[in-house]
Every structure is written in C-alpha cells, then in structure tokens.
Design a protein around this ligand. Sequence first.
Ligand code: ATP
Ligand code: SF4
Ligand code: MG
Length: 313
Amino acid sequence: MIDPLIETVDLKKYYSVSSGNFFDRKKKIIKAVDGISIKIGKKETLGILGESGCGKTTLGRLILNIIKPTSGKIFYNGKKINKINPEMQIIFQDPYSSLDPSMTIEESLHEPMIVNGIDRIEREKRISNLIDNIGLSKKILSRYPHQFSGGQRQRIVIARALTLNPSFVVADEPVSALDVSIQAQILNLLKDLRELYSLSYLFISHDLSVVKYISNRIAVMYKGQIVEEGNSDNVCERPIHPYTKLLISSLPEYYSQNEDLKEIEREQKGSCVFYHRCPFADQQCADEEHLDFKLFDNNHKVKCVKTNSVNTK
Ligand SMILES: Nc1ncnc2c1ncn2[C@@H]1O[C@H](COP(=O)(O)OP(=O)(O)OP(=O)(O)O)[C@@H](O)[C@H]1O
Ligand code: SF4
Ligand SMILES: [Mg+2]
C-alpha cells in the first residue's frame, strides 16, 4: 500500500480498574488495545474480527479520536491527528439508539451539517442525493425514527454518517442487531456506497461470514492485539494462527481432539496472548518474550512462533 488513508502506529489503550472489596482493593490493568499498527488504503475495507471484549470498539474509537490513546500515533492522509475530524465518521450497531426519537428524519440529517456550518442549500442538496442513494423515498423526511423498521433505520443512520462527506467510516457491528434477511441488504448498500463516495471502512464484527463478505483484508484480534492479518481469502481459506482456525468453524477436524477448546485455561507465560488457550502451547511459546509477526505470501502476517508446525492447510 503506497499511500494509506489511515495508519496507526503501536496504538495502545490501557484502562486501570479497581477490583476486590472496600478493604482489599486491587488495581488491574486492562489492555483493551495493545500495540496495534494497521494501514487502510483508499476505498479499502479492513475487517476487524474477534470475540466480544477483544478491543474492536476501542480500536475504532481510538482511530476516530473519540477516546485518547495511552500511547501510539494515528495518521490520516499522511498527517498525524489527535482530534475528531468530520471526514471520519462512525456507524453504530444499534439503529434504535443512534437516532434521536424526538427529531424527524429531516432534522436528524440536517443536524451534523448545521453543527459544521454548512448552509441550507448545500444541506438540502446533500440530503436529497443521500436519500436517493440509500434506497428510501423523500416521504421519510417528515417521519420519526419509531415509524421505521431496523433495516430502514440503519439506512438512515448510514445516510446521516455520510452527510459530512467523509472519506473514512468505522462501521461497528452495523448489521449485528438486524434480521439475517436484512443483513445482506445493508452490507450490499455499504459496498455500493463505498464505490459511489470513494469510502474506506474499518468494518468491525464478530461474525466471520459478514466480515468476509465486505472486507478486502481482515485483521483477527485477540486480547487487544492483532494475531493474524491478510487479504480476506487468505485469512478465511488458509488461516495460519491457531486462534483464527478456532474462529473458522469450517475446520472442525482441526480441533477434534479438543472438544471444547474454550475450556482450556492455563497460566499465562511468554508474550503470546493466546498462550492460555492454545492447544499447541509448549515451552518454546512460554520462553518467547518478544513475539512479533512472521510474514507469509501476499503480505499475510501471523503472530505465532510455531507457524510451520500449526500450518496444516
Ligand atoms: N471505559 C472503560 N473502562 C474500563 N475498561 C474498558 C472500558 N472500555 C472498554 N473496556 C474494556 O476493554 C476491553 C475491550 O472492550 P471493547 O468494547 O473494545 O471490546 P469489543 O471487542 O468491542 O467487544 P464487543 O464485541 O462486546 O463489542 C474489554 O475488556 C472492556 O471491558
Ligand atoms: S505462539 Fe504458541 S501459544 Fe501462541 S498461538 Fe502460537 S503455538 Fe499457540
Ligand atoms: Mg464492540
């Protein structure tokens, strides 16, 4: 990638939380995002795949500067940024709480543009174009959010995110709350809008089939780190990291000897974040203090010391 639109360098977000009771309070550090370096090209979708709590939302919010990093850098169009930028927008999971129930759709669509000082003529032009492009009619403008289905609301939420002509959108589980029958429609809409408005996406999901459908590249996250990254076909068809293989249920035979892998729990040793659950963990893994990516064909990167022995397919 020659000129990425988005780049993060060793991005970290650590939270200090208290645990225990009043008399025996302990501080614990949660490494929500732990040293993430990614690049997203123009008109490219990078899918972030991982289980609940692995740090997907935190990563998206850090890139948008909604929250401040503990350390690390974020670049947009080659320039280091440290504040919210209207050219970078977000679509949330829940279309029900993303729109103000007391505002008409027209008011909701005008609002971000009013805040950013865009005049009425330009605002109406953009809304008119967007309504056409999201597949709804102008009749919807005078209605309120409760008058729409989940899928229609998510179309409106997407239109609202595009009113400021962004180049980059974080889509945080944008179809998880929708019926499966509606999910494909919204994913196709996001694909069409990517072409029409030359958008780049960071597309967050815990659902492999959804991420695979929309992403050019996929980064698999576990405990705040990326453990595998590559183009979608490579990651989905030829996964290398044991955790990615676990996520990809099309390889059940691979884990047949470990009927419930989630039950494996061992004391964390070494620097591999998957050590405590990995069926291949051994002394070599426990001794590895500075685990880094190994590079395979087509820029496929994997964070595992034993990639030759676990690379079964
Ligand atoms: N403000 C906060 N204070 C303390 N811990 C936090 C805070 N925000 C997030 N975390 C913790 O950071 C970790 C990552 O959270 P995050 O919401 O980014 O995960 P996620 O991958 O988006 O999960 P989900 O799929 O459930 O949305 C979790 O352990 C979470 O509890
Ligand atoms: S480094 Fe070792 S523990 Fe970590 S994923 Fe690879 S084999 Fe498993
Ligand atoms: Mg989340």
